[in-house]
Write a protein that binds this ligand. Sequence first.
Ligand SMILES: [Zn+2]
Ligand SMILES: [Zn+2]
Length: 341
Amino acid sequence: MDDLKFGRRNKRGDWAPDTPIQVAPLLDRFPPRLLAIVKWLPHYFLPWNVMYLALALAYWAWIIPDTEVMKTLDWHWAGWLFLVNAVAVFLFYGAFELRLYVLRHQKNRFKYNGTFPAEQRSEAFMFKRQDIDCIIRTFASGVTIWTAIEVFMLWAYANGYAPWLGIAEHPWILLIVFLLIPVIHELHFFCIHRLIHTPFLYKWVHSVHHNSVNPSPWSSLAMHPVEHLLYFGTAFYHLILPSCPVLMLYQLHVAGFGAIPGHVGFDKVEIGENHAVDSHSYAHYLHHKYFEVNYGDALLPLDRWFGTWHDGSPEGEARMQARYRKRKEKIAAREARKSAG
Ligand SMILES: [Zn+2]
Ligand SMILES: [Zn+2]
């Protein structure tokens, strides 16, 4: 595909889309535009969320042990779930890495950053390599904490500590919770993300994730264990929500597998000669590039409400620069007052 029909490439080789990033029409204006929402609705599910839901159903059908077994915490079934999660992550993340970054199947077409992380060694990473550092963090603490939360939640369901609704008795409630799951994820992610950008937590926790200035698939779960705990903590809402284990698994998958599209580094993943799937990752790419914009993923207009939205346009850039300038002036004024006093 010709990526220059969709965007432009600068002298450094960085590609950017021509059209500004659109916030999903859910709450972007009042009164809501119903027609726009209906038109957008398929994108809410396809292709990513349907994939995560299918994986949750497959887990429930073939992977998750009997409720009787899960009443007792045990290394056997916990270890089995860890193994399955690790293999699933390896295959899912690895497929993107292999196609786009190892085989470089679409070269740098639609690639935001003109260089590949393998071309830049950095002291910030273990063994100076982004891929190895990120793989270690993904499996050592990412999949471990993900599995630990999953095991805890399943144990809670098995023992009646979390509200478990049957689909036959409560189809409508479960449908509403199902529809809300990506929204819950977005709200939760935005809040914890703002929290870990506070100076102390940024320095000791979130800076690990931001080592990937040029993110690639393995950057998705390259986080400090505290961030993993906060990030996968999104499953804990199901301790109080009228829900069921499949929806809780879907919630975890939206976090665990859903981290991938945001870090794929390409605007479109080509499939065959003339087809491509949108990654919708430009907003999060800009977050990795500029640090203090786009704390959310544009499902809700949270960044616009809080003044941190960057849609990739020159106006978005100007708004960000003005905000940075204002803050600098504030700090300079404070310093001047201090030295005068
Ligand atoms: Zn990220
Ligand atoms: Zn961040």
